[in-house]
Design a protein around this ligand. Sequence first.
Ligand code: ADP
Ligand code: MG
Length: 232
Amino acid sequence: MIRLEDIRKSYRVGPVTVEVLNGVSLDVHEGDLLSIMGPSGCGKSTLMNIIGLLDRPTSGAYFLNGREASGMNDDEVSAVRNASIGFVFQSFHLLPRLTAAQNAGLPLIYRREPEGRVRRLALEALDRVGMADRAGHRPNQLSGGQQQRVAVARAIIGEPSVVLADEPTGALDPDTGAEIMDMFERLCSEQRMAVVIVTHSPEVSERCRRRARVEDGLVHEEGRVPTTPDQG
Ligand code: ADP
Ligand code: MG
């Protein structure tokens, strides 16, 4: 479903080039629940942005559902991102003036789906995250855990193949974080989605079937023997 081959990413800041990713190779399959840990600044968000088609690598190949991303133009990237990827963020990123149902429906609004269908699927998505009874609430009328459930509903409403969650429990207490993890587990086992979670929490990581760390610009997966690099 996802294949990264020797992905490198560097940023130019003035005269300085910062090498963030130095040849990352990684496969993610349907139903995978993968955690990514590593110290602040090691490149976790950079990696997620590349997987999420929000940023392009400096070099290397990225295949999403068999299509190589560097060959896509910006419109194709947007369309593939909208169809294939759901995002969940630490701080929820809900639009404050919209209700839970309207927030959950946003990806389908961007796809120009008819209003009635968006409304129906939004209520279904909220039901899947246990939020059907809060459809008319605005974000400031919801707890943090409830807001994150709405954000998960928004991430899954378009039936993406992968959900990318960047520290999704970072702003939540441990019990609420565990409930969010219950939802991710269900998405993987029942809906065969892949979920990739960046986290600082060992409790969150322990619940993932696959665990990886970003270190020195590379991804090391626990219990996996690294393949011999082609060069250097
Ligand atoms: P993490 O999510 O693991 O904390 P990031 O991926 O956000 O780390 O950042 C990795 C490194 O890349 C950091 O040193 C950061 O300063 C640098 N970086 C991230 N984004 C940019 C950018 N747009 N321009 C320049 N440097 C960046
Ligand atoms: Mg980050």
